[in-house]
Design a protein around this ligand. Sequence first.
Ligand SMILES: [Zn+2]
Length: 249
Amino acid sequence: MSLSQIKLERYSRQIVLPQIGKDGQEKLLFSKVIVVGVGGLGALVSLYLAEAGIGVLGIVDNDNVELDNLNRQVLYFEEDIGKLKVEIAKKKLQKINSEIKVISHHLRLDKNNILEIIKDYDIIVDCTDNFDSRFLINDACVANKKTLVHGAVLGFEGQVTSIVPGKSPCYRCLFDKEPPQGTISSCREAGVTGAVAGIVASIQSAEALKLILNIGTPLIGELLTFDALAMSFRKVKIPKNPNCPACSI
Ligand SMILES: [Zn+2]
């Protein structure tokens, strides 16, 4: 299949990149990515992936738009308050790119539904904001050999890593169990700005594109952390835990 004239024009700034080209753009158009959580990270990740021409883009969320989301969740406007995030996000993403397929999943992932939801996607982008979901997504991705891009933001700090089961350590190698309740604050308590969430989301989006296109050096086995106040970025190797309950089995 060759790219139509309209597609050539829409994606021309990507196609001109030697690392992407027409073949890379076709790969993107045939790829299937699911973004879990369309909040501060996921709203921007899904926007960038829709713009890039990801052929099938899944979005998962269970929440409604609230006023205090609007400092960072770029897909939602004041008129959307009270409405379902996945419905609003799908509508806007299809308006940005009507040539891709956006599938909305109005639910919270749990151990009973996660396999059914992720099975048709190539890459899972974790944009959730809690440890329960992160461990659940990690374990399901590792068990089903799905590539996972993890990102998290808190205050002025953020982190991203990419997990390719069989090739890299996993999220449980990094944190073997949930921190005790109350020891790590949430965004609600610690605060977050759109600008800092946007840095994490941009890095996650770039990682997803690199993994689909098989270009560059994704953050496999490495955790990228940054502190936006100092504007310092650091990469640390993630050691594989030989006793990891998720990936050592
Ligand atoms: Zn592991």
